[in-house]
Design a protein around this ligand. Sequence first.
Ligand code: PXG
Length: 467
Amino acid sequence: MSAHEKTQEYQRLDAAHYLHPFTDARALAGKARVIARAEGVYLWDSDGNKLLDAMSGLWCVNAGYGREEIAEAVAEQLARLPYYNSFFQCATPPAIELAAELARVSPPGFNRAFFTTSGSEAIDTVVRVIRRYWQLRGEPKRVNIIARENAYHGSTVAGMSLGGMAIMHEQGGPPMPGVARIRQPKWFGEGDAEAQTPEEFGAIAARALAEKIDELGAETVAAFIGEPVQGAGGVVVPPPNYWNAVQQICDEHSVPIVADEVICAFGRTGAWFGSETFGIRPKLMPVAKALTSGYLPMGGVLLHDDIADVLAEGGEFAHGYTYSGHPVCAAAALANLKILREEKLIERARDDIGPYLQKQWQTLADHPLVGETRGVGMLAALEIAQKNNNGNSKNDNDKNNNKNNRRFQCDPPAGIQCRELCAANGLVMRAVGDTMIIAPPLTITRAEVDELINKARQSLNDLASRL
Ligand code: PXG
């Protein structure tokens, strides 16, 4: 059987049997791209095509593909102790060592970790922890969690409810009660470039939180949750004053901040945690993804002493998963964190390759199809939009289509077309509507960044000749 015949066989079986996440099965049928192997920043599909993976899988492979150290640590742990749990006063060496290692790399005051298998489970754990915390503090009315539009916090019922993705709410039935929503700090399209500075807009977006706390009554608010940079929402980098203002509002009302670090942690923004990049002082930090660089599924919640101490005093916390602290996943995480630390990949993201990536990415801003570029650390986005020379469009009142953001009206949408052209040019870029986003491995070299930018520019040129 030739490689291509094998691919067709995979695609036939896939269409018949495999229900994919977040996928329109009709659009996919028989066309799945089968990724067969990977090394460094590159993927190969089952036809042998080579692709530069500018998304680190799904925002997770920070250490790059093909790390023997992680494979060996996993194999060793599988042979020694493939599974044991952390219930009933037990634990395993990798889980203990990982909790201690996370305390070392976390901001001051973060000394304890609870482990899960995914980001979504980490978010569910946050809800359980924060409600239990307020119960123990004698304020059981504090159950409401304030979250933002266009946020992504996972796919379980709690994750979907806290998330602000309209399509998930439409399909999800009644969401979890006790969630309140405020606007996102997204300058492009929601800020008014003619009447405001980004800082003025940032202050307004933060004030929405103060107004929501007042409306609900601070005595009913358990927490505010936000991604330091909204990832799946399209790499929404907030105006520089936004998080300071949010922090101040939360301090004034004793509302703990939950920084959803599932994408931002472990170097993505050029620090161990996105909270450090933006000066956030959270009380809880859900993590996942790059905790193991995606090599095995693992997540967790890092707890500030202010919360952990209250929980520890409160007797049994009736919450846990069979795979909490799975020893093999923990071994993968330890090997991965060792790589990040010893190869100084976080410092490199902050001082060297991150600034280089941002500088090169900005060169795309001049492209006729690009309305804005933005980014931080090893995250970046560009908006495909019609450049607006006269400052006006007939859709001025439409949030997603206003005077500094005129979208193309086409089918398939411009973002999807761009994504397909990127793939044809050997580049994996993700489309969120007409926003193109990247989050490459932290190990990417300068030459590979140049290749990424060239392929992105080529794909935008190809798109321009189509539109
Ligand atoms: N919080 C954030 C900020 C996330 O990005 C989750 C929680 C949930 O994690 P799990 O491990 O349960 O998936 C995520 C996950 C996308 C995409 O299309 C993003 C995520 C997951 C799937 C797709 O960008 N983020």
